[in-house]
Design a protein around this ligand. Structure first.
Ligand code: S3P
Length: 444
């Protein structure tokens, strides 16, 4: 029997019931990484020669990025291998209409870094209802300091218009540990006069730095300081997108929670800045076998990949502090779920960034899990969960948030009574094959 059952659809919102599951078993390929797919398409569009990308994520978010680079003049040929023929670093085409970023925050925050440095152009970016609630002043501020002009609705929301200019390099202490802001400033730095430096309050995912190195850019990292030099062109050769640890995390959590489970996840990116969730899970007592990148590895153009072996086991509560948050930001909803099953208290703090994700993920996770019987309280910057050894079940709404939809599914498999996810279709934003992959691991 599959792990989940479709129970109906109303006005495009699909309800899907996930029953309590028997042991999950088998091997699964982690779906392609969303962060890396966005960056692969953007940098290929900025490159001078055609770039062949294998393993590109075919999902709503990353398809928005392909459509955006096409609107800017890149040619995109889809097939088993994706070929992107870029415009070159300084030749993005004027777009006839607003560039639609859909639901993709990474596209909305990274693309302006490239556009800001092109004096001949002006581009408007807009997206769906969720993206219109997410702030862009965080990128507008440094880009303005570099010389770009940005006009945003109410000063901080989409739709917003980027008017390119001759940019000057800046030294920019990031107000929050965000890879999106860091990446935006570094991309603008490629087109600025002088050396651009960002200073991170805490390390965040470093895919942009690695990919820029791969493009022949001089990128240096000195503790929290990351600097890039201006560039005439990007020389990107073919690249492969490894599996997404944030998507794989849902299967990993399901295997840890459902008694008797043992699964293997293949081809997953093991970049230290992306596997904070696995370190948290190990601290909670889970037994994971895989080769994760160690802390302090030198900046490299490569993305390490691993195979991960995960088994069910008992969990103990833990505390996740601010320094760990950017390294597990998209998996923190799963930490809340795991906390329900752990012995003792699980605390996440310093995670106010969760409030500006696809939904306010402090509010939606706390309300959602409480509706399933969890003992969980929201705080200003996170949540506190009292482990009760299990979860009753019930109904959870995804609110159009892909990670909330998948959270509900995993909760259902591990619950006593099952969970109906209202809006499971949202999973397709990052992981269109999610339900099928979960079902392939079995269930009762
Ligand atoms: C991402 C960075 C994170 C993360 C998002 C993807 C990226 O956002 O939550 O899903 O690809 O750079 P922030 O950088 O805003 O924390």
């Amino acid at each position: 029997m599959p792990a989940g059952r479709r129970s109906g659809s109303e006005g495009g919102v699909v309800k899907h019931r996930f029953d309590p599951s028997g042991p999950l078993r088998g091997t699964i390929a982690a779906p392609a990484d969303k962060s890396l797919s966005h960056r692969a398409a953007l940098l290929a569009a900025m490159a001078s020669d055609p770039v062949r990308v294998t393993g590109y994520l075919d999902a709503a978010d990353t398809n928005s990025t392909l459509a955006a680079v096409q609107a800017l003049g890149a040619l995109v040929e889809r097939g088993e291998v994706l070929t992107i023929r870029g415009t070159g670093l300084r030749a993005a085409a004027p777009a006839a209409a607003a560039i639609d970023v859909g639901n993709a925050g990474t596209l909305m925050r990274l693309l302006p870094g490239w556009l800001a440095g092109q004096p001949a152009g002006s581009w408007t970016l807009d997206g769906d209802a969720s993206i219109r609630r997410r702030p862009v002043d965080r990128i507008a501020e440094p880009l303005r300091r570099m010389g770009a002009q940005i006009e945003a609705r109410e000063g901080r929301f989409a739709p917003f218009t980027v008017t390119g200019s001759s940019l000057e390099a800046i030294e920019y202490p990031l107000p929050v540990a965000s890879a999106q802001i860091k990446s935006c400033v570094l991309l603008a730095g490629l087109l600025a006069v002088g050396e651009t430096t960002v200073i991170e309050p805490e390390p965040s995912r470093d895919h942009t730095e690695r990919l820029l190195l791969r493009c022949g850019v001089t990128v240096s990292r000195d503790g929290p300081r990351i600097s890039v030099c201006p560039q005439d062109e990007l020389e990107l050769r073919d690249l492969h997108v490894p599996g997404d640890p944030s998507s794989a995390a849902f299967h990993v959590a399901a295997a840890v929670l459902v008694p008797g489970s043992r699964i293997v996840v293949e081809g997953m990116a093991a970049n230290w800045t992306r596997v904070g969730f696995l370190r948290i899970l190990e601290r909670m007592g889970a037994v994971l076998v895989g080769e994760l990148e160690p802390a302090g590895a030198p900046l490299s153009p490569d993305e390490p990949v691993t195979e991960l072996d995960v088994a069910h086991g008992p969990l103990a509560g833990t505390t996740v502090d601010a320094a760990e948050v950017p390294l597990a930001i998209d998996e923190l909803p799963l930490v809340a779920l795991l906390g329900c099953f752990a012995e003792g208290e699980t605390i996440v703090r310093g995670a106010e960034e969760l409030r500006v994700k696809e939904t306010d993920r402090i509010a939606t996770v706390v309300d959602g899990l409480r509706g399933l019987g969890a003992d969980i309280e929201a705080t200003a910057d996170g949540f506190v969960v009292q482990g009760t050894g299990g979860l009753r079940g019930g109904t959870i709404a995804s609110h159009g948030d892909h990670r909330l939809a998948m959270l509900g599914a995993v909760a259902g498999l591990a619950s006593r009574e099952g969970v109906e996810v209202d809006g499971i279709e949202a999973a397709a934003v990052s992981y269109p094959g999610f339900e099928a992959d979960l079902a392939s691991l079995g269930g009762r």
